[in-house]
Write a protein that binds this ligand. Sequence first.
Ligand code: LLP
Length: 413
Amino acid sequence: MTLYFKNNIPFIEGVNLDDLSKTIETPFYVYSQKKIIDSYEHIKNTLNTNIYYALKANSNQAIVTLLKSLGAGADVVSIGEIMRALDAGIKPDKIIFEGVGKSKNDIEFALNKKIKQINVESIEELEMINEIAYSLKMIASIGIRLNPDIDGLTLDKISTGRKKDKFGISFDKINDICALIKNYQNLNIKGISCHIGSQINDPSIYEKVFIKMKKAAEIMEERGLSFNHIDLGGGFGVTYEDEKELNLKTISNLLKKIFNEKYEISFEPGRYLVAKAGILITKILIVKEDDHVNYIITDAGMQTLLRPALYNVKHNIVPFSKNKKSKKYTIAGPICESTDIFLKNFDLPIQSIGNYLAIYDTGAYGFVMASNYNTRNLPTEILINESNHAIIRNKENINEIIKKDIVPTWLKD
Ligand code: LLP
């Protein structure tokens, strides 16, 4: 557990969160360095494959730099993320560029930076990359992202590997793809890839994916292509509520059984590396007791942590103050939207204004999905390392947010 109590005082590693919350304006995200290191080491030692960290889960430069120092490469989806990875010192040959919509500019940028490979998601993109590489007098290293038509049995909104999803190239097009790649002069195929979705906890789904990807590799090799990299995406689930914990050892056994060390295998985890390391600290603005519902309204809301409002998922909430009597509360943010609710009818020790709550497992897809909705500023982020803490991103200044807008001269007096 990232957060623990010692004599009723909340701690992350050696840092007293009660004290920290009095000096840092809430809401703020706080991450445990040790937890990130432990998660990385666990994946690395159990799977024994290359790891490309999916920056989209948490792209703070300190977190990217930490993962780089552990040996991770980067899985990126924009010029911004390529820049972040390079800035953190990740070598271009450890960067894989993904994404279903890449502009000409994105592709040129990636080619000029000489990254490891661009994963291609359509026949049209394949043609586009070949043309751009030709015009730059370069050979583009590519991977083919396949859509294996396998349901990850996760939330519909984060499923990406079914035929109906917008991602990847359908298996029906493998023959066409092979013919085109052989024909295009400015492409060099390095491998194939897939990613069927996020928050997958059942190893048997990975088994189906591995079998299908191996089959695809064999077919493509029979069609005359040669490559040695199979990138199996991210998606490793964590336990937010009562999910069954994903056993990475089972995944490792499946890898050995199915691929038999024939290929360079890699994964692109995001969530698994950072989700459990992060806690969102929020202050209670008001406790509003109604006939039928007791509301706790916090200063964090869907502008700080969007996942509950967007996906209807739950993050556990633990109060700093442990009053013995408890009550059922609905815990909600301050935003003017009825969907801005974290938990409904949730048992908490009795709370009052000014108390702090810790929202659990928010290290992945937390800060990165925060917004300025209702002109609220993006929160502070803090990294804890043993008994030290460092601010790794300052809270945004509201004046600066307003100053970004431009009022045209004709509207000024
Ligand atoms: N590779 C690709 C191509 C991806 O699209 C993703 C995530 C990953 C790797 C990393 O997946 P992970 O290991 O983190 O599951 N906002 C959602 C999650 C969206 C994931 C998008 N793609 C959430 O809050 O649950």
